[in-house]
Design a protein around this ligand. Structure first.
Ligand code: SAH
Ligand code: DHB
Ligand code: MG
Length: 222
């Protein structure tokens, strides 16, 4: 579902608020040339993620779903000096493209890219007793979302912010029928969030170059 005016407004706001960024333009170009699907966050959403990283003065950010590294670069650029982005990706080709993009963007030293199914990577991180994250961005396969929320909570501390992409998906979130796109995973993630007393959460509906969708914010309170 797309609307020409949503896209035009998104373009207008992006041109108004963001400086030209040849590095990010090249990152998008390389992802497209490598055959990656055009499903990264938009520039306005990337900017939002970076604002959250900076507002939290985050040193440790976890991303689930790297793709070509576009959202990761936005977040890595907002880290406190010496901070780290851990980003999880199951697809070896996506990971290879992302690795090149992190290098080109000059953030490779701050990025720890782990290739494998996110559920397994998260379990390994818990097993290893990794330091809790300041912010977690969940943006991988939608069927995995309930598990990603649960496992992210185990890698959190009071004050950790969870951000979930694609929580509305053209309004499908209210459909309890078919699961062509994995919306049942999205819905189950909402159930996990709603049933977790440690989380206070919201979901904001959005329109723009990626159509009609939304993101959830869930704050770990204790
Ligand atoms: N965050 C990216 C977009 C991610 S698209 C950006 O905005 O730039 C979703 C990514 O999740 C894809 O690269 C896909 O390969 C990956 N993915 C799908 N299933 C996964 C899984 N089980 N574990 C880890 N990554 C997965
Ligand atoms: C799809 C996945 C995403 O993470 C996204 O932001 C947009 C679309 C998809 O699988 O179609
Ligand atoms: Mg997404």
């Amino acid at each position: 579902m797309t609307d020409a005016r949503w896209q035009a407004v998104d373009d207008f706001l992006t041109r108004k608020l963001l400086p030209d960024d040849p590095t990010l333009a090249a990152v998008e170009q390389r992802a497209a040339s490598a055959g990656l699907p055009p499903i990264s966050v938009s520039a306005m959403e990337g900017s939002l993620l970076q604002i959250l990283v900076r507002a939290l003065r985050a040193r440790r950010v976890l991303e689930i779903g790297t793709l070509g590294g576009y959202s990761g670069i936005w977040m890595a650029r907002g880290l406190e000096p010496g901070g780290t982005l851990v980003t999880l990706e199951v697809d070896a080709h996506h990971a290879e493209v992302a690795r090149g993009n992190f290098e080109q963007a000059g953030v490779a030293d701050a990025v720890d890219l782990r290739v494998g199914p996110a559920s397994e990577s998260l379990a390994a991180m818990r097993e290893a007793g990794e330091t809790p994250f300041d912010l977690v961005f969940i943006d991988a396969d939608k069927s995995g979302y309930p598990d990603y929320v649960t496992q992210s909570l185990a890698l959190s501390r009071p004050g950790t912010l969870l951000v979930l992409d694609n929580m509305v998906r053209g309004g499908q979130v209210i459909d309890d029928g078919d699961d062509e796109w994995g919306i049942q995973g999205t819905r189950a993630a909402l159930d996990v969030i709603a049933g977790e007393p440690r989380l206070v959460a919201t979901t904001i509906q959005t329109v723009g170059i990626r159509g009609y969708d939304g993101f959830a914010l869930a704050l770990v309170t204790y």
